[in-house]
Design a binder for this molecule. Structure first.
Ligand SMILES: *[C@@H]1O[C@H](CO)[C@@H](O)[C@H](O)[C@H]1NC(C)=O
Ligand SMILES: *[C@@H]1O[C@H](CO)[C@@H](O)[C@H](O)[C@H]1NC(C)=O
Ligand SMILES: *[C@@H]1O[C@H](CO)[C@@H](O)[C@H](O)[C@H]1NC(C)=O
Ligand SMILES: *[C@@H]1O[C@H](CO)[C@@H](O)[C@H](O)[C@H]1NC(C)=O
Ligand SMILES: *[C@@H]1O[C@H](CO)[C@@H](O)[C@H](O)[C@H]1NC(C)=O
Ligand SMILES: *[C@@H]1O[C@H](CO)[C@@H](O)[C@H](O)[C@H]1NC(C)=O
Ligand SMILES: *[C@@H]1O[C@H](CO)[C@@H](O)[C@H](O)[C@H]1NC(C)=O
Length: 913
């Protein structure tokens, strides 16, 4: 109120000045002035930043100012305000100072999608002409005032998505013209008033996602024109009143997530108009309504998680429009009907956890658009028909916990999008088809508890996308564990237990950096366990009942000295080599299998190196020690420009196809000045740390050659180049759609979180920019040049702030040279904004950054208009994407806080996303 006073004071002077002059002044003139005053008074009650969103709301034109041209205001012919529509513009404030009595002619008040809070004032009932009232998607709290019943002409009332509590006021029955009543997504409690049945013109009644209790009133059956009845997500109980039968015009009927019992009316859908019927997660019992059998209008049907009973092959018909059906968790019996394949638009068929028996009909293969097929936890028998290979759009296949037998049809390997396969707990046998490895999008593979024999296919090492699970346990697999599985660098859970596997665990398994859980128990394995966290911290049960495993684990014996020290011995040999190469070769990291041998190396050392090639350590990845400087030099024709794919601050990058066939990116550093050997030795551990990093969002540094004449870094090669290029190219920027961009940001966050918080000591990138984010064929982000800045600076005792790219450098580096993880956080914030906006935020950064703590500044963050900054080349994001983009933007603003102390850590940032 304080800030309102001076303005109003001026305003009154203005009124005194004009009133007597305008002799025609009528009641209408008074009303116009009252409206003007009321609107301004409300504007000045809003938060300062929101006032700025209404620049047109000012006393103009003099001498007869009028609100009729103001943003969001419409007037009738008599210059009286009749519509106030301010949707989605980010207003922050309350309605406490909104003088409703000033608007006797108002027809529409629409404040949807702002940040208004506080209670809805009872005076809102003083809008006698109001037809449409929309306060949805704000932060209003408290009860719905009973005075709402005064808005007798109302046709549409929407208060959804607020924090309103208390019960639905009975006075709502006075709104006899109401056609739409939307109170969903609030905290309303109490029962649904039976008086709602008096609103006979209602077409949409939405009360979902509240805390409403009690019975569904039979009077709802009186609203005969009702089309949408949405009651899901409450605590409604009792049986569905039979009067619901009368609602023959229903198209959308939602009852999910309540505790309603009894049976459904047999006549459901007898109007023939029902599109969506969702009754999942209730206590319904009895049979499926007869009316549903020929309900051809259905697009979505959910009866899952009830106690429905009946023969599934007889109760359902053919639905030409059906997109999604879920009948899981009921008591259906009978067989999977070939009729489902005749539902020509069906994308999801879920009938898990019932008593379905018989075989899977081969005709199901004709169900061409099927994306999701879940028939798990039934009594299905027979073979998996090879026709599943025709389901070209299949993403999710779950046939687990049945009695299926025979082989897995190898045709399964031809489904391009299949990413989830669960065939666990069946009686499948034969060998595991290697064609499964052809599924380039597979994330989850569970073949547990079957009777598979033979070996683990070595081709499984090619399933680079496998991330969530590889479970082959409880089968009769034999042979050795293929070392190729070490290529599954994204894999989080590996279970090979309860088989007949023998030999040693490939030591290369220490490269499985994403692994969280591993179980190799009940096999015939022997020898050392891999030296990695996942193995060393695994539970004791993970290794029990094997032949002779040893290693650094509480449940295992230490390995015999000659085994344990093998690696150390080789490392010290490596050290000797380094020293003898020292004039030429400054660094040499052997254990990842990359040897940088220079032409002038002495014959004696060459012999040693060759000896090492035959050791275990060189069989890791696709490198076997043959990779030499000469190979790279040859592949690039001595670094010819035509192989150059980029020039950066630290050097030029070349694409090199090695003699092994592998394509790598080689960065040739600008000359590096080395000081003393001591410095190089000190940094050796750092360099080795960098080569050991394995993270799905970090470009792999395969190895390096560090030499006074020429220094090379060898990286994984990524097809799509860097983020900056993609965003600057109209065509490519469109390809990088919102979901992909969101994923890019998450990928960067994960990588930085890993480097800052999972590496000891933490590694700071120092040069995060869109130039250093590379994208692979799946648009997955990979941070490149990790530690380059650091490598380049090796030898210089102080770190200069010049590393880093202008426009991404944290402001504190202007006055300090101390590089902290928070510098990366700042650059990360810039990259987020760039990804959202499609270009570098430029000067906007200074407008957006603040030195206030997040608590003090949160409201300013909120007033940022997303729609104004997001990349216009892309279509408007979906609601879900928009929400993620908003979260990302808020995070970005926190990251570019000028005060490093107030920036989040990468751990917080990654969690936030
Ligand atoms: C809001 O604006 C008024 C006038 O422009 C100013 O006096 C006041 O300090 C501002 N309040 C805040 C919190 O910035
Ligand atoms: C609200 O508006 C009415 C009519 O314009 C006026 O009589 C009344 O004084 C106003 N109330 C306030 C608190 O400004
Ligand atoms: C919902 O209502 C129940 C019973 O009236 C009450 O115990 C519970 O606290 C309420 N929950 C919320 C979130 O209001
Ligand atoms: C049902 O909808 C139709 C078409 O919209 C309409 O003509 C009919 O009056 C409605 N029935 C009732 C009972 O309102
Ligand atoms: C029902 O509740 C479950 C669990 O809380 C939730 O996952 C699901 O989305 C809800 N379904 C609906 C339709 O609200
Ligand atoms: C379904 O069949 C019944 C009886 O055969 C019929 O009365 C009803 O109109 C049909 N409904 C639809 C939607 O075709
Ligand atoms: C042994 O494993 C623990 C983790 O369980 C690890 O902290 C430690 O460094 C390992 N020791 C050796 C010698 O690798």
């Amino acid at each position: 109120m304080m800030q309102i006073k001076p303005v109003l004071h001026l305003f009154f002077i203005f009124l005194i000045f004009h009133w007597p002059i305008d002799v025609t002044s009528s009641i209408q003139q008074q009303q116009r002035e009252g409206e003007l005053e009321a609107l301004l008074q409300w504007k000045f009650s809003l938060k300062n930043s929101s006032q700025a969103l209404l620049p047109s709301w000012k006393l103009l034109p003099l001498p007869n100012p009028s609100p009729c041209n103001w943003e969001g205001i419409t007037c009738n012919n008599a210059q009286i305000v009749n519509h106030i529509i301010l949707k989605n513009i980010g207003l922050i404030g309350t309605l406490e100072h909104f003088n409703f009595s000033s608007f006797p002619n108002l027809l529409t008040l629409d404040l949807y999608g702002n940040r208004l809070f506080g209670t809805i004032p009872p005076s809102i009932g003083k809008l006698p002409e109001l037809i449409k009232l929309n306060l949805s998607s704000n932060g209003f709290e408290g009860g719905i005032p009973k005075e709402i019943g005064g808005l007798v002409k109302l046709i549409s009332l929407s208060f959804s998505q607020n924090l309103l509590s208390g019960s639905i006021p009975l006075t709502i029955q006075n709104l006899r013209s109401l056609s739409v009543l939307s109170l969903g997504s609030n905290l309303l409690s109490g029962s649904i008033p039976s008086e709602l049945g008096k609103l006979t013109f209602l077409v949409e009644l939405r009360l979902h996602l509240n805390n409403l209790t009690g019975l569904i009133p039979p009077t709802l059956g009186d609203i005969s024109g009702l089309k949408v009845l949405s009651l899901y997500g409450n605590q409604l109980s009792g049986v569905l009143p039979k009067e619901i039968d009368k609602l023959t015009n229903l198209t959308h009927f939602f009852l999910s997530n309540n505790t309603i019992s009894g049976s459904l009316p047999q006549t459901l859908c007898h109007g023939g108009l029902l599109h969506c019927f969702c009754a999942s997660n209730n206590n319904f019992s009895g049979s499926v309504p007869k009316g549903l059998k020929n309900c051809t209008s259905l697009t979505r049907l959910r009866l899952d998680r009830n106690k429905f009973h009946g023969n599934i092959s007889e109760d359902f018909g053919i639905y030409p429009n059906l997109d999604y059906i879920d009948l899981s968790y009921n008591d259906f019996y009978g067989e999977v009907s070939p009729k489902w394949a005749k539902c020509r638009l069906l994308k999801s068929l879920k009938i898990s956890d019932n008593q379905i028996s018989g075989e899977i009909p081969a005709e199901l293969g004709e169900s061409s658009p099927l994306h999701v097929l879940d028939l798990s936890s039934n009594n299905l028998s027979g073979q998996i028909p090879k026709e599943v290979g025709n389901l070209k759009y299949l993403i999710y296949l779950n046939l687990s916990s049945n009695k299926l037998s025979g082989y897995i049809p190898q045709e399964i390997g031809t489904l391009p999008d299949l990413s989830y396969i669960d065939l666990a707990d069946n009686k499948l046998n034969g060998s595991i088809p290697k064609q499964i490895a052809d599924l380039s999008k597979l994330l989850y593979l569970n073949l547990r508890s079957n009777s598979f024999g033979g070996n683990v296919p070595i081709e499984f090492g090619n399933m680079a996308s496998l991330q969530l699970l590889l479970d082959l346990s409880h089968n009769t697999l034999s042979g050795a564990i293929p070392p190729q599985l070490a290529n599954l660098v994204k894999l989080e859970v590996l279970n090979l237990s309860h088989n007949h596997l023998f030999g040693s665990i490939p030591s290369a398994f220490d490269q499985l950096k994403s692994l969280r859980l591993v179980d190799l128990s009940y096999n015939d394995l022997e020898g050392p366990i891999p030296e990695s966290k996942a193995f060393e911290e695994a539970s004791a049960e993970s290794f029990e009942n094997n032949k002779a495993l040893c290693g650094n684990h509480t449940s295992l014996k230490n390995c015999p000295v000659h085994v344990k020290d093998k690696k150390a011995a080789i490392s010290s040999l490596a050290l000797i080599l380094i020293l003898s190469f020292s004039v030429l070769v400054v660094g040499l990291w052997i254990s990842i299998g990359f040897v940088c041998a220079l032409k002038r190396s002495e014959r004696r050392e060459k012999v040693k190196v060759r000896d090492l090639h035959n050791g275990d350590l060189f069989s890791i990845w696709s490198y076997d020690g043959k990779l030499v400087y000469g190979d790279i030099s040859e592949a690039t024709e001595s670094f010819d420009d035509k192989y150059c794919i980029g020039v950066g601050g630290h050097g030029s990058v070349y694409k090199a196809k090695l003699s092994t066939g592998q394509v790598v990116a080689v960065k040739k550093l600008h000359s590096v000045h080395h000081s003393k050997l001591e410095n190089q030795r000190a940094s050796e551990s750092e360099i080795s740390a960098l080569t050991k990093i394995r993270h799905r969002n970090i470009v792999k540094l395969y190895g390096f050659c560090f030499h006074s004449r020429q220094s090379l870094l060898v990286y994984e090669y990524l097809e799509r180049g860097n983020l900056a290029n993609m965003l600057s190219n109209e065509e490519l920027a469109k390809e990088l759609n919102w979901m992909r961009r969101i994923n890019v940001v998450k990928g960067i966050a994960n990588a930085l979180n890993y480097m800052h918080h999972d590496c000891v000591p933490p590694i700071i990138h120092r040069d995060i920019s869109s130039n250093n984010i590379l994208l692979d064929s799946n648009y997955e982000a990979h941070i490149s040049d990790f530690g380059t800045a650091r490598l380049v600076d090796i030898g210089s005792t102080t770190w200069t702030a010049t590393a880093g790219t202008y426009g991404y450098i944290a402001p504190e580096l202007a006055y300090t040279t101390k590089v902290t993880p928070k510098c990366d956080v700042y650059s990360f914030g810039v990259v987020i904004l760039e990804t959202i906006m499609g270009h570098h935020p430029g000067e906007l950064i200074y407008a957006l950054s603040t030195t206030l703590s997040p608590l003090e500044s949160s409201n300013d963050v909120e007033s940022l208009q997303l729609k104004d900054i997001i990349d216009k080349r892309l279509p408007i994001p979906t609601a879900q994407a928009a929400e993620e983009i908003l979260t990302m933007t808020k995070l970005a603003l926190a990251c570019i806080n000028a005060n490093p102390q107030f920036r989040p850590t990468m751990k917080n940032a990654a969690q936030e996303l």
